[in-house]
Design a protein. Structure first.
Length: 402
């Protein structure tokens, strides 16, 4: 039986990665494309500017690619009966019971009304529980009072991850509980915070730390030995860079940075470091209907859009034209319809296409400058689709779907 990925297409995939490191766009890349049992990995560039070459097992901060892992871990606990999708979270998170809700998102913190109902686990998975980032937040002429309060409490849930700045889980959830919600539960899709709250809920439901819940339910069954909330193997960890008018500047160093020591708060939204092969193992579990880790019906629901147009009305800056399943985006139209995955703003993308049996993982250490992935990720995903033997996916047609 012929390999599903064409040799010429894989050579083009390699050339794309090499070009983006040679032109200075990113210091280093590990890119993986897999279909059926065929796996192809290309590496290009270095772990740091002028540093050692990247390798297949190099570690990267996957940021928001943590979210699908948190979603799947939640579903594993649902399968065990430790949590229920539609139960109020009050039992495990009493700090978030009896919520007050701002009359307007830019209102003073005292200008509130009672929540119309309790928050559920499903609300957290769909990011509709009432707190998080929105397009309006970023375009506001001045910072809203709720944003000022969130910043003062060091919740770090409306901006980039900061494992060195957040308080421990019990203190974090208590601080969040001291604030009103931005919208009524179930009313609107708001980014990021739902996964952070899920991380606290998972630890309490299982009676242990979030990292131990990840390990016992996901990482150990799937052999994901490289995926952790921090690493002591700093020689394998890429240095993170931010683009500035003067070029790339170090955002987080490998040997002394925020992911080189245990965090006080293991953030379910953005805490993990991982490798390409670990993320492939996670993707294949979902492709194979959960592999005994997550129930098949829950895997299917996770990869199905769960939010309405009204809920996602202010989500286009994050989702573009995609839907939202449980802790990940879902493509609902166009040539990639049926694919799912998410992006990590510290430089990573993770895409799983069950219709075409394709996985594309791109790991870099350059921070995004907008919610949309940089061109290197777009180009490598297009090249991966174009490598499919006999596929009716040209680079031109797929570009229209981006």
């Amino acid at each position: 039986m012929a390999d599903p990925l064409r040799r010429e297409g894989l050579e083009a995939f390699d050339e794309v990665a090499q070009r983006h490191t040679e032109d200075g766009g990113v210091p280093g890349i590990v890119a993986l494309v897999a279909s059926s049992d065929q796996v192809h990995v290309t590496t290009a560039g270095t772990l740091s500017v002028g540093g050692a070459p990247v390798a297949r097992d190099s570690l990267f901060r996957i940021a928001s690619v943590t979210k699908p892992v948190t979603g799947a871990t939640t579903l594993a606990l649902v399968g065990e009966g430790l949590v229920s999708l539609d139960e109020p979270i009050d039992r495990l998170l009493p700090e978030l019971a009896d919520r007050r809700v701002l009359r307007r998102v830019d209102a003073p913190l005292y200008d509130t009304v009672p929540a119309e109902r309790a928050i559920t686990v499903r609300d957290l998975l769909t990011f509709t529980f009432g707190f998080g980032a929105s397009a309006a937040l970023f375009s506001a002429p001045s910072r809203w009072p709720i944003v000022e309060a969130e910043h003062a409490l060091s919740l770090c849930t409306l901006g980039p991850p900061d494992p060195a700045g957040q308080p421990a889980a019990d203190d974090w959830i208590a601080a969040l509980g001291s604030l009103p919600l931005m919208t009524q539960p179930g009313e609107a899709w708001l980014y990021n915070t739902g996964a952070s709250v899920l991380g606290v809920l998972l630890g309490r439901a299982a009676g242990t730390s979030l990292s131990e819940v990840y390990a016992s339910r996901i990482f150990e069954p799937l052999g994901m030995r490289d995926t952790t909330t921090w690493t002591s193997e700093v020689g394998r960890l890429a240095t993170a860079y931010a683009a500035t008018p003067d070029g790339l500047e170090v955002w987080d160093a490998a040997d002394s940075g925020k992911w080189s020591r245990p965090p006080l708060f293991e953030d379910g939204a953005a805490s993990l470091v991982s490798s390409a092969d670990d993320l492939l193992a996670f993707a294949r579990m979902l492709l194979h209907g959960g592999d005994g880790v997550v129930r098949p019906d829950l895997v299917e629901a996770m990869a199905t859009s769960q939010v309405s147009a009204a809920q996602a009305a202010d989500a286009a800056v994050f989702l573009q034209d995609r839907g939202w399943g449980w802790c990940q985006s879902v493509i609902t139209d166009g040539p990639r319809r049926g694919a799912f995955g998410w992006n990590g703003g510290l430089g990573t993308t993770w895409l799983v296409d069950p219709v075409r049996d394709l996985v594309v993982i791109v790991l870099t250490q350059r921070l995004f400058t907008s919610p949309a992935p940089p061109q290197v990720h777009v180009d490598l995903q297009l090249a991966a689709y174009d490598a499919l033997a006999g596929a009716e996916h040209s680079i031109e047609s797929l570009a229209l779907d981006h």
